[in-house]
Design a binder for this molecule. Structure first.
Ligand code: KIV
Ligand code: ZN
Length: 385
């Protein structure tokens, strides 16, 4: 039987760490509702201790979200933890995400803490948190650059103190998929009570491997993907949940898992986030880029018109997108004829002998051919007849 993989959205927390992004409360509410419709299991709405604005935003989102858990981020600092407890208290499903760095470089230069001090802090703060809130995500920040045995010790301490979900951040997007999968394998072999908690991936895209890494985590026992919409986030961003969800759907035989993601809502939530961030999705971005289902060259257009599956691995309607056959200098006669017929001209293959050379000469001087240009081409052809 297929197991369930859930999605945990951090668009409004890690995603808001994107340079130049600062959501308004109205934008956050619109994003939260869109995410709920998209089917995520948890929405990390902000970092309540960071500012009064963040606190108010998490509080409002906690009041309006119907299905997903509403999460606030906290460092292992009592003030942060108390702020999350207060901000999420009206949520139907409140959750807290506590984190502390565990890697040598963070211990030495950022925290100035020994391994023992970090373990003591995890134990004390998770135990304290558990008295106020049941659902606790624990993250050992920079997990992938942490010594494997210390990572096991940190995670085991958090589980023993009451954490319900363990998140494994590849904070600087450093791991390869093989290495990230190996981190989960090592935890699976060494954690007592591995199956008593959930396990989430948290991958950054510094080397362009965020999606592959998240999927490697799933293949090695993770049960949840933490990510953002459109892959926004600190530096090169986080894993794009839309890409990860689509990959699990298209390559389901590789993963044998089910998700609650409503793929058809992908475009709607992508558009909401693109507007709110003022960051249009790049044209060549997988799944949501405007070129993802566009076929311009003649060979591809001809194949697509005979059977879309020749060049499409996913039906665009499934993710709320539409296919297009833009006409340019590489387009073929079949696609031009099809477009003319859709514009109301009754064009047969035979007619293309006169039309196509004129189309070609115009296309060679243009980027893409517009409907108006096609109409002019048809006028020229008719005048010649
Ligand atoms: O990338 C990271 O390490 C984080 C933590 C706060 C989980 O975003
Ligand atoms: Zn992160």
């Amino acid at each position: 039987m297929a197991s369930k993989v859930t999605f945990y959205d951090t668009t409004m927390r890690d995603g808001e760490q994107t340079i130049g992004v600062n959501f308004s409360i109205e934008e956050k509410i619109e994003i939260a509702k869109g995410l709920d419709d998209y089917g995520v299991a948890a929405i990390e709405a902000g970092f309540p201790a960071a500012s009064h604005k963040d606190f108010e935003e998490v509080k409002r989102i906690a009041e309006v979200v119907d299905n997903a858990k509403v999460v606030g981020l906290a460092r292992m600092v009592r003030n942060d933890i108390n702020a999350v407890i207060e901000a999420t208290k009206d949520a139907k499903h409140p959750m807290i995400h506590v984190f502390i760095a565990t890697s040598p470089i963070h211990r030495e230069f950022k925290l100035h803490m020994t391994k023992e001090e970090i373990l003591d802090k995890i134990k004390a703060d998770v135990t304290f948190t558990k008295q106020h809130i049941q659902d606790i995500v624990f993250s050992p920040e920079d997990a992938t650059r942490t010594e494997p045995d210390f990572l096991v010790a940190s995670v085991q301490t958090a589980i023993d103190a009451g954490a319900t979900m363990i998140n494994i951040p590849d904070t600087v997007g450093y791991d390869t998929p093989e290495e990230y999968g190996e981190v989960f394998e090592n935890l699976r072999q060494n954690i007592i009570g591995f199956d008593t908690v959930g396990w989430s991936t948290h991958t950054h895209n510094d080397l362009g491997m965020a999606t592959a890494n998240a999927l490697a985590g799933i293949a090695h026992g993770a049960t949840e993907i933490q990510g953002t919409i459109n892959g926004i986030g600190e530096r090169a961003g986080n894993v794009d949940m839309i890409e990860a969800a689509a990959a699990i759907h298209v390559r389901h035989e590789n993963f044998n898992v089910e998700t609650d993601i409503v793929l058809a809502q992908s475009k709607a939530i992508s558009d909401i986030v693109a507007r709110a961030t003022r960051m249009p999705v790049a044209g060549n971005k997988p799944i949501m880029g405007r070129n993802a289902f566009a076929h311009e060259s003649g060979i591809h257009q001809d194949g697509y018109l005979k059977n879309p599956e020749t060049y499409e691995i996913l039906k665009p309607e499934m993710v709320g997108a539409t296919a297009s056959l833009p006409l340019g200098k590489l387009s073929g006669s079949h696609a031009v004829m099809s477009k003319l017929n859709s514009l109301g001209y009754e064009v047969m293959r035979e007619d293309m002998k006169a039309i196509f050379p004129i189309f070609k000469s115009v296309a060679e001087e243009s980027d893409l051919i517009t409907d108006d240009q096609l109409k002019v081409i048809m006028q020229v052809v008719e005048e010649k007849e």
